[in-house]
Design a protein around this ligand. Sequence first.
Ligand SMILES: [Zn+2]
Length: 426
Amino acid sequence: MQERVVLRRLMALSILVLAAATNLAAQYPQPGPDRVYAIKAGKLVDPEKGATETNQIILVRGKKIEAVGANVPIPAEAKVIDLSKSTVLPGLFDAHTHLCMTLKRPRDGYSYYITTLMDPTPYRAIEGVANARDMLAAGFTTVRDVGNSGNYADTALREAIERGLVPGPTMINAGRIIAPYGGQFHLQPEKRDLATPEYAFADTHDEMIKAIRENIHYGATVIKIVVDDQKYIYSADDIRFMVEEAHRDGLKLAAHCWTRAGAHNAAEAGVDSIEHGEMMTNEDLQLAKKNHVVLVGTDFTESAALENGFPELHSVFVDRLKRAYQVGVTMAFGTDSFIYVPGETRGTQAAEYVDSWVEAGVPAKDTLQAMTINAARLLGVDGERGAIRPGLAADIIATPENPLDNIQAVRKVSFVMKDGSVFKNE
Ligand SMILES: [Zn+2]
């Protein structure tokens, strides 16, 4: 009797698994001739203009957008996707992710140093696959992944996504984070190697060049440095030196700045982006603006700050976000989510960060620009994605409400098309 119950449950389970697998298979990029879709958009948002048009048709052929307009003829071979009751917009960007790391409570406490010691690279690559899928499901079609990926799990994940092996956002990845001795950890002298491979320590200019070139060799497509998590921090000269090497090699440079002094040096050196920067003064925000530095503020929501163990910093981030908006420094949306929270996914946690933007009083249009066109420019992919325009990749999402009316709408993404493949349609 019991055996039969077990058997019946097993059968039911296998049917469920099969159903899920069949459903997933349809979401993968399929081989064969280019598929053609005609998306009927009730409302179509252009974040750059902050404008909404009604009753538009987006024609997608293969991976790209072919035409957009009210009177685009629908070819006979096109499959029609009816989003006439939704708002359609370009896929979102998160310019500060750590897909290949998930801090787990209670095991790791508040220390991702423990996470890196406990989880080997192969496991972290698999976590990366799951996090990438969840980001895509939440509408994030492009991410910049800024390190803490073990031994280049991020490169493996990027390549797997690019080959269509697994679904995920387009990735720009940083490989190993370059930092002054110790990185973001506090080591003990008997165990000096425990920050390897997470960080590449680089204190001299020779070490900096070596670290940048090693990263590029192993598949990094952006350089990430930590300016200031030790008492000794990178000077503006050190940072400028690394920016020049990265740019010579065709990569941009992102600088983690947790202190006022660190952010000042990075702004002066003209990095491509300052990450966090919560202690920035208005003068340094002005300096960043003057030097074309983008702020990726990772503006921790109240709950995200609590999860990170620094609830007091939430208001600091929101205040700096408000000041940065007033100064007019270019901003790109970035989250820094890496903690497992029951009932949430990496994607839902990332989308929640719009709460901080609302709290800081940033208009929906500007927040949406930070989540699309500004991030696309920072990542250097604005010629390929970040807008709904003929010739660009078909990274298209939809929401029940218009995010220009209420930015919280981006937390309820109901449709996701990635590179012309439908990933989600609810
Ligand atoms: Zn981070």
